[in-house]
Ligand binder design. Structure first.
Ligand code: NAP
Length: 263
């Protein structure tokens, strides 16, 4: 399988993982539609691409779910289809559950869960009609277990697994693949951009992200797994072991995380 001339829509493409995926897929010949809120940042990503003429910008805000059907129409009509939808846009959270306001919990869910679901629902009918498509969702290792200071974020990522595991079964006979991607620590601004309990921006680089895998290396590792149609993908450092510990030794993982320094 090759990405040559495949039509790929990536959300959260203005920075970090989405930006790196844009460069890599564009290099591999894909036609890429890039989305997020910040149009200027998207323009910068487009001009940094090797084949900028094969990049189209559609600004969107994942919290404005009522606008997503028309964004999907625009995306589908631009090159006639969407072969791959990379639901990657998201936001993290850094605050104890007790100190996190309900509106912040809802905002994290709106972006990471409801926005992702709404965009998928807007694109899905066209994939079903063509009997072809691949939906990729950036979850996290926090979609497989939780740690302190990330209760809402972990909840939003766990919710994605329930939803997209179910969807995968419903669209199997329609020739549509669903991949859930669980990155470990990837060196991006995700922690800087995270919300604190009162909704303010955390503004500090995460210690894990600081030492994490480079986003371009992550993209290079991810794409072959997407080509293979993997259902669930773990990429990162030793934090990935948490996924297996949770599965086989959950009490041990709980003990380790209880005593771990988390930032
Ligand atoms: N880096 C890690 O260690 C790590 C680990 C596990 C999972 N992840 C996941 O990876 C994905 C990408 O994150 P990243 O690490 O690349 O962080 P990032 O650099 O902060 O990127 C987040 C992206 O999401 C977009 N976004 C945020 N809120 C949005 C909204 N309301 N509507 C539309 N787009 C929005 C941002 O663009 P605008 O500001 O332009 O809207 C940006 O492009 C996220 O889903 C994150 O949870 C990251």
């Amino acid at each position: 399988m090759s990405f040559q001339d495949k039509i790929v829509w990536i959300t959260g493409a203005s920075s970090g993982i989405g930006e790196a995926l844009t460069y890599e897929l564009n290099k591999q010949g894909a036609k890429v539609i890039i989305s997020s809120r910040r149009q200027k940042a998207l323009q910068k990503v487009k001009t940094s691409c090797l084949q900028a003429s094969k990049v189209h910008i559609i600004p969107l805000d994942l919290t404005k779910t009522e606008e997503l059907p028309s964004k999907a129409e625009e995306a589908i009509s631009h090159w006639g289809a969407v072969d791959y939808l990379f639901n990657n846009g998201g936001i993290s959270q850094r605050s104890e559950a007790i100190n996190t306001q309900m509106n912040v919990i809802r905002q994290v869910m709106e972006i990471n869960f409801f926005g992702t679901v709404a965009l998928t629902k807007a694109v899905l009918p066209s994939m079903i009609e063509r009997k072809s498509g691949h939906i990729v969702v950036t979850s996290s290792v926090m979609g497989k277990f939780g740690t302190r200071l990330r209760s809402s974020y972990a909840a939003s990522k766990h919710a994605l697994h329930g939803y997209f595991d179910s969807l995968r079964q419903e669209v199997y006979d329609k020739n549509i693949d669903v991949s859930l991607v669980c990155p470990g620590f990837i060196k991006t601004n995700v922690t800087k951009n995270a919300l604190e309990g009162d909704g303010s921006k955390h503004n500090k680089m995460g210690a894990g992200q600081e030492k994490g895998m480079a986003a371009d290396e992550f993209a290079q590792k991810l794409i072959p797994k997407i080509k293979q149609g993997k259902e669930e993908i773990y990429i990162g450092g030793k934090e990935i072991w948490g996924v297996y510990l949770k599965r086989f030794f959950p009490r041990l993982l709980n003990k380790i995380l209880r005593n771990a320094k988390v930032t």
